[in-house]
Design a protein around this ligand. Structure first.
Ligand SMILES: Nc1ncnc2c1ncn2[C@@H]1O[C@H](COP(=O)(O)OP(=O)(O)O)[C@@H](O)[C@H]1O
Ligand SMILES: CC(=O)N[C@@H](CCC(=O)OP(=O)(O)O)C(=O)O
Length: 299
């Protein structure tokens, strides 16, 4: 079922919500926000439009959004169509040359352009690039996965980021939309997990926030209740104690990488909620879980 907007609000309620946004608009004006776009927000028609509207709106009020998108399910669907099965190791798709062609076709030629077009249909100035453009993401072959030596073929880790292309686009108020394909040795395309690429880019660009859109309300405790705020240490503790497991482990890992790189706050938010981004950025309550950087002693 498509996500619906709630009942009509009174004019007083509308005015209150708009006025509540002012301090946030002021605080985030001119600031970079890195958003990892994925899950239902990228597949459900209604939610796709809400997301694109949010990005256009944020850009119009002077925020500098940078989007890194996923597309794992879309890659899987095309591979299935051509009769090719994927094998995953710790959530990473083992990528041979033929799979890499499909990954690039789906992420760069299809998903990326669809995201760009939808944002632009709301008046935004989105531009689609991949990590191979302008030398944005240099990749090295991923070798050790979860502490074990593995050969995943053309799967890359982020080696180096050259943010020049992002700064160039931002200086003309373009919104960069990045497909997570990096340039490996000899400029060969490498398949990089989108969460990993997003966290690394957020750290390198020192964004004000790193926001991960996913399909759960946020980080849940052992009783399944959402935790609204975590320190880095508490987040690590949840992994150690096994409260955070499966696909949430690498997500928290990417958040922690962004925080260690100097990003003040990372957020795991529910992309199934209409206008999740605006709710997180421009309202007092926010949504989802924030993970807050611990300041180094003496700072
Ligand atoms: N403590 C936790 N809080 C929230 N989600 C968790 C937790 N532990 C494990 N998970 C799992 O992590 C999943 C999110 O990771 P993943 O499926 O890889 O997301 P996505 O498809 O958005 O990339 C959730 O659907 C949930 O099943
Ligand atoms: C190495 C690796 O696994 N790359 C991912 C890239 C896309 C991705 O990460 O998309 P989601 O965010 O939708 O999962 C893949 O091939 O599926």
């Amino acid at each position: 079922m498509e996500a619906q907007l709630p009942e009509e609000l009174s004019s007083e309620q509308r005015a209150k919500i708009l006025a509540e946004a002012l301090p946030y608009i002021r605080a985030f004006h001119g600031k970079r926000i890195l958003i990892k776009y994925g899950g239902s927000a990228m597949t459900q028609e209604n939610l796709k439009r809400f997301f694109a509207e949010d990005i256009a709106l944020l850009s119009f009020i002077g925020v500098k959004p940078i989007i890194v998108h996923g597309g794992g399910p879309q890659i899987g669907a095309l591979l299935k169509k051509i009769g090719k099965e994927s094998r995953f190791v710790s959530g990473l798709r083992v990528t041979d040359a033929e799979t890499m062609d499909v990954v690039e076709m789906v992420l760069v030629a299809k998903v990326n352009k669809d995201v760009v077009s939808l944002i632009n249909s709301f008046g935004g100035k989105a531009v689609g690039i991949s990590g191979r453009d302008g030398g944005l993401i240099k990749a090295k072959k991923a070798k050790r996965i979860a502490g074990v030596d593995e050969d995943l073929g053309l799967v890359g880790d982020v080696d180096k980021i050259n943010p020049e292309i992002i700064s160039c686009l931002e200086s003309s108020a373009f919104i960069p939309v990045v497909a997570p394909v990096g340039a490996g040795p000899g400029e060969k395309p490498f398949n990089i997990n989108a969460d990993t690429a997003a966290g690394a880019l957020s750290a390198s660009l020192k964004t004000e926030k790193f926001i991960l859109l996913t399909d759960v309300p946020g980080v849940l405790d052992s009783d399944g209740v959402m935790i609204s705020s975590l320190s880095e240490e508490q987040a690590e503790d949840l992994i150690t104690k096994g409260v955070v497991s499966g696909g949430m482990i690498p997500k928290i890992g990417c958040c922690l990488n962004a925080l260690r790189g100097g990003v003040p706050k990372a957020h795991v938010i529910d992309g199934r909620v209409p206008h999740a981004l605006l709710l997180e950025m421009l309202t007092d309550e926010g949504i989802g879980t924030e993970i807050v950087r611990e300041k180094a002693p003496g700072i």
